[in-house]
Ligand binder design. Structure first.
Ligand code: EPU
Length: 434
């Protein structure tokens, strides 16, 4: 097993380059299935969720060739399997994008229900509603979702909740359906727009992505493309907060500043200096950090995937801050770990009250999910003493070489091996899909 060992107290400074967006890549890679020709996808982050997506494509019969560190040629023309089994699906929540992509291409799909989940209830009723409205029948049996359709036809889909995954899956299924599909109450995240741009680059006809009404006119076939995934908004935001928490001065390159607006505004309120350039952003702190209130909401609001990181920063700020989680039922599980580092946080349901103590102390802690893990790294960087973070596989699902990038900014962080004390129980320590 591996853990991160962080010696805190070093100010981050220098330049760091952000990788491609996880939540765009995990939808774009399955979307290649819809093409009748090979596609080249660039700016793909080196993270375990991408490795799993590529493995699923290969298992289905696609030919995947690595063209460089972050580029792949994927030939989907020989795909002859339409199933994602439990063993693979449980490792990655986003395996549900294979449902929309396979249904859209072959009018059938069989994908295991995504596995355990640490953010509270994560239903997929809205995904299934979209497939059904487009003309598919679904059955759930023995943990597998089966979708079949004689043909898919355009229709009006109204989502009862704003869902990133359901919006993307509806786009994947509708892109070749006959006629016009109108998705209402659609999610507006940057990765929704990126998926639409990718599909349009293959010949799809999608309008309105990035607003809450998306119109898709079905096309008969999609052709190959060469496409670069957008930079990761959340990785960029995480580095912005790491810079702020260490009172550092960092230039974060390969970003789209517009995607970072809600994060930028909140950080400025806390006392962080930010200067935006065309495709980079400089973050530095030269004064005290002060309290604020944050509520997470779907885009363009403050992203839930930045909530643990900003809460960690607020433990270092003066005064009492309030953080309200507006998307997930349970996204404060990391708070117990921060308390072990000296944070003063109380949680009542979806609201956390943070008494800024201005300091954190190193401690052994565990990442309970991806963003919680990133928050613990930030806490470790800012803390006095040594922080050891276990269960780092969560972090490696979504951050491309985080420790290497932090080291290049002057952080003292190492990945070290340690014996797995639970190995006798057969626990591989990697059971959760997020
Ligand atoms: N929801 C439903 N029914 C559905 C789908 C969602 O009730 O059929 C509810 C959820 O329970 C939740 C809310 O709608 O309360 C929003 O969920 P959404 O579907 O938007 O989330 P997701 O698509 O499963 C993606 C990201 C998450 C991110 C959320 C919100 C991917 C692979 N995952 O999840 O990313 O938190 O959108 O922005 O894109 C992460 O990267 O750390 C992460 C968890």
């Amino acid at each position: 097993m591996e853990k991160f060992v962080v010696k805190g107290g070093r100010r981050l400074s220098g330049e760091v380059t952000i990788s491609g967006a996880k939540n765009a890549a995990v939808a774009i890679l399955p979307a290649v299935i819809l093409s009748d020709e090979p596609c080249i996808v660039e700016n793909v982050p080196s993270i375990s969720d991408v490795n799993i997506s590529l493995r699923i494509l290969k298992e289905m019969g696609a030919e995947v060739t690595m063209l460089g560190k972050d580029a792949y040629r994927i030939d989907p023309t020989r795909i002859d399997k339409y199933c994602v089994p439990y063993e693979t699906a449980r490792k990655m929540r986003a395996s549900y994008y294979f449902l929309g992509a396979l249904l859209g291409k072959f009018n059938k799909a069989r994908v295991s229900m995504p596995g355990g989940c640490p953010l509270g209830d994560r239903p997929i009723d809205q995904h299934l509603k979209a497939f059904s409205v487009l003309g598919a029948d679904y059955t759930l049996s023995q943990g597998m979702i089966d979708l079949t359709a004689d043909r898919l036809h355009g229709n009006q889909i109204f989502f009862d909740v704003v869902s990133v995954g359901a919006t993307m899956n509806a786009m994947l299924a509708a892109v070749k359906a006959e006629g016009l599909t109108i998705i209402e109450n659609a999610a507006k995240e940057p990765h929704i727009v990126d998926l639409a741009n990718f599909l349009n680059s293959m010949g799809a006809n999608i309008m309105g992505a990035g607003t809450d009404v998306i119109k898709i006119r079905g096309v008969e076939r999609l052709h190959g493309t060469n496409y670069a995934v957008i930079p990761d908004q959340i990785e960029a935001g995480t580095f912005m907060i790491a810079a702020a928490a260490t009172k550092g001065d960092v230039l974060i390159k390969n970003v789209i500043p517009k995607h970072l607006e809600s994060i930028t505004k909140k950080l400025e309120k806390i006392g962080v200096n930010i200067e935006q350039f065309d495709d980079s952003i400089r973050v530095w702190v030269d004064g005290p950090l002060v309290k604020t209130s944050v509520k997470t909401t779907p885009h363009p609001g403050f992203p839930t995937d930045m909530q643990p990181q900003i809460a960690t920063l607020l433990t270092l700020a003066e005064g009492t801050s309030i953080v309200t989680e507006g998307v997930w039922e349970q996204r404060f599980r990391y708070v117990d770990e921060l308390r072990r580092m000296g944070a003063d946080i109380s949680v009542d349901g979806k609201v956390a009250v943070i008494e800024g103590t201005g300091r954190l102390m190193g401690a052994p802690v565990k990442a309970c999910d991806l963003r919680a893990g990133a928050a613990l790294i930030i806490a470790g960087l800012a803390a006095s003493g040594i922080t050891e973070i276990e269960d780092i596989f969560h972090i490696e699902r979504g951050y491309d070489c985080m420790e290497g990038k932090l080291r290049s900014l002057g952080a003292d962080i190492e990945k070290v091996n340690f014996p797995d004390s639970t190995s006798d129980s057969g626990n591989d320590g990697k059971k959760e899909a997020v």
